[in-house]
Design a protein around this ligand. Structure first.
Ligand SMILES: Cc1ncc(C[n+]2csc(CCOP(=O)(O)OP(=O)(O)O)c2C)c(N)n1
Length: 220
């Protein structure tokens, strides 16, 4: 409409997509949008699975989660794949501003949304979004689950601004990942005998990812 002279308003587009729509189904169109640098803020709300359709695993589902398509049982501890590193995938397109946020940290999220909207060209927010139905925990624990994700270093809050990593929160004494996992039924089976190694592997991966992020980031 602008090209045809039918409108001269300046418009900033905002897209909201779930993790399934972003990490898997819509990845190709997202990549095209980022490559062309359209003036769009893309918000991915990440509840780690295809929830509208009943809780199937997505490219954002963590190892060990029992989902509709990766149920835990005698022969399986649930999902076996690691989450795709969506922040790296988006950063690889040379986006000027992207950030990882969490709905349990509203002020941080607000600050990031403002920055993202002020960015010229494409910007991206990856927002942690607990899912009471499929993760199976009481609604009253919503903020608690969200906070634990960050307090255990599972979901660090950080930004990548013009290629520079900025860490927004550094836990002095990070909690053990078990504290986060044990209050959600999707991980309940991991606490049964025989799955000790899976639990250990999850903690090791969290530590490894955190160390890698620390090397890249300067605390803010
Ligand atoms: C191209 C396409 N494939 C499949 C579907 C069917 N579908 C509708 S909702 C949905 C789940 C989407 O999951 P996600 O993007 O993670 O969002 P959530 O449901 O978790 O909010 C799917 C697969 C669709 N609408 N469009």
């Amino acid at each position: 409409m602008k090209k045809r002279g039918l409108m001269d308003k300046k418009i900033k587009f905002i897209v909201f997509g779930g993790d399934g729509g972003t990490f898997d189904i819509g990845l190709q169109s997202l990549s095209g949008m980022l490559e062309r640098g359209h003036d769009v803020l893309y918000v991915a709300y990440d509840n780690e699975g295809y929830m509208n359709t009943g809780g199937q695993r997505s490219g954002a589902t963590p190892i060990g989660a029992s989902m509709e398509t990766t149920p835990a049982g005698k022969k399986s501890y649930g999902n076996r794949n690691s989450r795709k590193n969506m922040m790296q995938i988006v950063a690889g397109h040379g986006v000027n501003y992207l950030a990882q946020a969490n709905v349990a940290y509203v002020e941080d999220l607000r600050k990031k949304a403002k920055k993202a909207l002020e960015t010229k060209g494409s910007s991206f927010l990856l927002v942690f979004q607990p899912c009471t139905n499929v993760w199976k925990f009481p609604t009253s624990d919503y903020v608690k689950v969200g906070k634990l994700a960050t307090e255990t270093n599972y979901w660090p809050l950080y930004e990548i601004e013009n290629g520079e990593y900025i860490l927004n929160l550094k836990n002095e004494n990070p909690k053990q990942i078990e504290e986060y996992l044990k209050i959600q039924k999707r991980f309940k089976h991991l606490f049964a005998p025989g799955n000790e190694e899976v639990l250990k592997g999850i903690q090791e991966k969290v530590n490894e990812n955190w160390e890698k992020l620390l090397l890249k980031a300067s605390p803010n």
